[in-house]
Design a protein around this ligand. Structure first.
Ligand SMILES: [Zn+2]
Length: 289
């Protein structure tokens, strides 16, 4: 695998189908290093992370895309976020060990929903919610695209302990000959169906696509790099504390001498002493932006 931590768009000459292919290695490993994940949970988390990178490339404007599953099984939350198309972070909450032997999404999350949230920079937030009722995340995301954009979309995701890899193809909106568009879609999508997990995990992007589509005029664009990056900061942590309210935060200071907040995404610690907490809640303090 040579396409470490990159996302690449691709097109097919003479068709209205676009695609993206993505592979996470160091970014994925850095994220799963935050907790001790059973192999199966890490792999599922990897699928969420790589899916967030693929979905970020379907956005028309820069922004943040979040994929969040909320369930009532051993796992309660799996969240993956891709900011500006290149910064990834995520989190899994729940009983990781109890989820270790799960075989499908229901086993991991029980009865669950999947929320896809898009926050364009300076634009309005959009959220689509679909039930998490298929065996695999890819099927639920296809269902989401079907519902939200009415665009046929096909997604293949996979991950092991080292690599998370994914590919997405989507029909572009078009007013042209529908018979040809449908025929092109059937053809390209049947070929993508034949992509094997071991090929996704081990072959460079160009080779994966060449094996599938070498007769279909596939054009692969320049890679875009993806990183693990957490957007937490002392200022954002302070804002979160302020929103808790003075009584609660001052209680903690009284009990523990200071407030220590650990970021769930990156383990960064933010400590505030008594004086800093009092300063935070001073009425005449200018508001933070
Ligand atoms: Zn953080």
């Amino acid at each position: 695998m040579t396409d470490h931590d990159t996302l690449q768009k691709f097109l097919f000459d003479g068709t209205d189908i676009r695609g993206e292919i993505s592979s996470l290695v160091s970014s994925y490993q850095a994220i799963i290093a935050q907790q001790k994940y059973p192999e199966s949970v890490a792999a599922l988390f990897g699928e969420f992370l790589v899916a967030a990178s693929l979905l970020s490339a379907t956005l028309k404007y820069p922004g943040i895309i979040t994929i969040q599953a909320t369930g009532a099984g051993p796992l309660k939350t799996i969240m993956a976020e891709c900011t500006q198309g290149d910064k990834l972070r995520g989190i899994v909450r729940g009983d990781l060990d109890a989820a270790a032997n799960a075989q499908n999404l229901q086993g991991f999350l029980g009865s669950a929903t999947l929320a896809i949230t898009i926050e364009p920079e300076g634009g309005e937030r959009y959220q689509g919610i679909v039930p998490l009722d298929a065996d695999h995340l890819s099927e639920c995301l296809e269902h989401y695209f079907d519902q939200s954009e009415q665009l046929p979309t096909q997604i293949k995701l996979c991950a092991n302990q080292q690599v998370a890899s994914g590919v997405l193809i989507q029909q572009m909106p078009s007013s042209e000959d529908h018979e040809k568009i449908d025929a092109d879609w059937q053809h390209i999508s049947a070929l993508l169906d034949t992509l094997k997990t071991e090929e996704q995990l081990n072959l460079p992007h160009s080779e994966q696509l060449y094996r599938l589509f070498h007769e279909d005029g596939v054009r692969l664009f320049e890679p875009q790099h993806l990183n693990f990056f957490c957007s937490c900061s002392r200022q954002r942590t302070e804002r979160a504390l302020v929103s808790l309210g003075a009584p609660e935060v001052l209680d903690i200071v009284e009990e523990q001498g200071s407030v220590l907040i650990t970021c769930e995404f990156c383990d960064e610690q933010y400590q505030f002493n008594e004086q800093q907490v009092k300063e935070m809640f001073r009425q005449d303090k200018p508001t933070l932006h």
